[in-house]
Structures are given as structure tokens and as C-alpha cells.
Design a protein around this ligand. Structure first.
Ligand code: SAH
Length: 353
């Protein structure tokens, strides 16, 4: 079978053999790329209609004990102005998001050594008590099974933990003193506990090749996460990758589309990183099969301190500006802004995953 035929097979069956997928990755020409994007777009329409779901992102701490080579807030970067939002600032950001119509709040941060489980549980309960119709997503890195369980029992709905790359070789190169097995295990634990789980990976990392992307897709196909974050790697000037080349739009679109076809019911964000390397990057992500956007709710004073990479967009834009900017982009791309809570279809009673 040629690439176009294999894409048709993937579209119809949501599966390919390993060698077939590698063939597709290695033999993507202009025509097959267009076909892949069209089939992916059709698939998201079939599963979620033209809805694009919204998650308000609150970057609540940039303290981090990890030293991920690519990341601007790695602990070795002494130039970072470290901050930690107070409980009240976090709640206010949620309140502001709620007034803008958002019903999911993503609490993201570095692996802050002073962030206790008690505080996370307090925050989950406080947000849920005041805004019971809202979903809470946590994105605070690797924790113990017991900790994850305590967040879930306190009412957290979802957890984002990108696997970053499913290539053990590459993972080890870019994550000093971290364990590939541990990260994977965290994802399986989160799933077992009952979270809607988000995995995901970066595209265009130094040294990343087609076999590595193959591993990403096969891993996702095995884990079957509910959400998948895929964004281009973008160099940060105060990291060892300062002078490396970053990921490109086309490869990122290709990965979004392939993941959409393997996991047709997944929630896939058109990421800020994609919007940062191309002024129409998020729109391109949506057309390639993404169906989530994550406008920023972090207080504007702290935005410039949560720079994971250079050139991050929306650094100076107040929350309401992001809201209307993003709505315009969604509508102009032919989608509608969906302000419902936006659970994965297997959690919304419509389908069994
Ligand atoms: N500490 C949390 C949150 C990490 S930041 C955790 O471990 O999950 C969120 C994501 O930003 C990361 O998972 C990573 O994929 C992405 N990221 C970090 N640095 C980046 C860079 N230079 N370019 C693109 N994406 C980056």
C-alpha cells in the first residue's frame, strides 16, 4: 500500500501496523499530508462536531526542582525570577475565568518543592466549593500514587503529564536524573486512579527522528490517554539548547493528525507553543485535528516569568483579551467556541472508551 492508501486504512480502522506507520512517517509528500489533515479534521468533526473546548490556564508557580535541558524554568536557570501565586491569587484567577465563561481550570506549575499535598487539596476543594460546575486539571509533574489518589479524592478531574518523548534514549538525554520508567508509570497510575489523563510530546527536539515519533504514537495508542498535548520544541536562550533548531508547524500538524486518527475521541489542544512559532499556528492545529484551546489566566505581572521557551505569545494580554482573541480565531477557522465543561466523550456518557 502507498502512503495515501495507508492513511485511508488508518482513517477507517484507527489503527496501523508498526511498519505501516513508519512507512507513512517516512513517505509523507504534499498530497498525502493534505489527505492526512483532511481525514483528521473529518474525524474530529465526527466525534466532537465543530466544538473547540476552552481551558483557562493558571501558571501558579515557576519554582522547579527539575533540570529538563529544554525548559526555560529548569532549576539551573538562575536568571529566572521565581514566583509562587497565593491561594487567593489562584482563586481570583479561577473567578475571572469563570466570569469569562470558562469551566475548566488547569493549575500548572514546575515541581515546586514547597507545594504540599495539603495545599493542593485545599485549593481543589476551595475551587470546587465555589464553582462546583467546573472541572479542575492539575499539571504539576511527578508525584507518588498516594498523592495522585489524594488529589482525585479531593475532586480533581484531570491530570496533564506529557511523556515528553517515548524514546528512552532521547528522554534520558534531555532529563538529567529523571527516570523514563517512572514518568510512564505515573501516567498508568493516573489512569488507574480514574483521572482523565493527558500525555503528550514535543516535536522537533534535537536528535528526534521518525522512529522516535513512531514510539510516541505507539505509546499513546497503548496508554489511550483522554488528552494529548503536542507542541513544537522551541529553544530558550538560557538553556543548553539555546542555539538548537526548534520544531516546525508542518511536523506538529502531522503528529496532531496522526494522533487524532489513532485516538479519535482524544481532546487535543492547539498549543500555545504552536501559536508561538506561527501567527496562525493554533488555527492550523485546529484544522489538523486539535479541538481544545488553553487561554492564559495567569496574572499578567507574572506571565513573563513563566517562559518555558522564547517568543511565547500572550505575555502581556489580560484574560479578557485572550478570551475574545481566541474566540475570533476559533470562529474564523470554521469552529465554534464550546463553553461546556468539555469532558472526554467516555466521561460524558455518550460513548464507552
Ligand atoms: N512540571 C509540569 C509542567 C511542565 S511545563 C510537568 O512536568 O508536567 C508543560 C510542558 O511544557 C512540558 O510538559 C513540556 O512538554 C513543555 N515545554 C517545556 N519547555 C519547552 C520548550 N522549550 N519548548 C516547547 N515546549 C516546552
Amino acid at each position: 500500500m502507498n502512503t495515501c492508501e495507508l492513511i485511508e486504512k488508518l482513517y477507517e480502522t484507527n489503527c496501523l501496523e508498526t511498519d505501516e506507520l513508519l512507512f507513512v512517517l517516512n513517505n509523507m509528500d504534499h498530497e498525502s499530508f493534505q489527505q492526512l489533515i483532511n481525514r483528521s479534521h473529518e474525524t474530529s468533526l465526527k466525534y466532537y462536531g465543530d466544538s473547540v473546548f476552552v481551558r483557562g490556564l493558571i501558571e501558579f508557580t515557576n519554582y522547579c526542582t527539575r533540570d529538563c535541558i529544554y525548559c526555560g524554568i529548569r532549576c539551573s536557570n538562575k536568571k529566572v525570577n521565581r514566583y509562587r501565586l497565593s491561594d487567593e491569587q489562584i482563586l481570583n484567577a479561577c473567578r475571572e475565568g469563570n466570569l469569562l465563561g470558562y469551566k475548566t481550570f488547569v493549575l500548572q506549575g514546575g515541581e515546586d518543592p514547597l507545594l504540599t499535598d495539603e495545599r493542593i487539596i485545599y485549593l481543589i476543594k476551595a475551587i470546587k466549593q465555589e464553582m462546583p460546575e467546573c472541572a479542575i486539571t492539575l499539571s504539576i509533574g511527578e508525584k507518588s500514587y498516594k498523592s495522585y489518589e489524594s488529589y482525585f479524592n479531593a475532586g480533581a478531574d484531570r491530570y496533564l503529564l506529557r511523556h515528553e518523548t517515548a524514546s528512552e534514549r532521547l528522554y534520558k538525554q534531555i532529563h538529567p536524573k529523571m527516570s523514563f520508567e517512572k514518568r510512564m508509570q505515573c501516567l498508568w497510575s493516573l489512569k488507574e486512579i480514574g483521572f482523565q489523563v493527558g500525555a503528550g510530546f514535543m516535536v522537533g527536539l534535537p536528535g528526534q527522528n521518525h522512529e522516535d515519533y513512531l514510539k510516541d504514537i505507539l505509546f499513546l495508542n497503548e496508554l489511550k490517554p483522554h488528552m494529548v498535548g503536542i507542541g513544537p520544541f522551541i529553544p530558550h536562550s538560557d538553556t543548553p539548547f539555546a542555539h538548537s533548531k526548534g520544531g516546525d508547524v508542518k511536523t506538529t500538524m502531522m503528529m496532531i493528525a496522526l494522533v487524532r486518527l489513532f485516538l479519535p475521541g482524544a481532546l487535543i489542544p492547539a498549543t500555545t507553543a504552536l501559536g508561538s512559532i506561527d501567527s496562525k499556528g493554533r488555527e492550523k492545529g485546529l484544522l489538523a485535528g486539535a479541538n481544545v484551546v488553553m487561554p492564559n489566566l495567569t496574572p499578567v505581572e507574572q506571565r513573563e516569568n513563566y517562559l518555558l521557551y522564547d517568543g511565547k505569545i500572550c505575555i502581556g494580554d489580560a484574560a479578557n483579551k485572550c478570551r475574545y482573541c481566541i474566540e475570533g480565531r476559533i470562529i474564523n477557522s470554521g469552529f465554534t467556541l464550546d463553553l461546556s465543561v468539555g469532558h472526554h466523550i467516555s466521561f460524558s456518557g455518550k460513548c464507552v472508551w
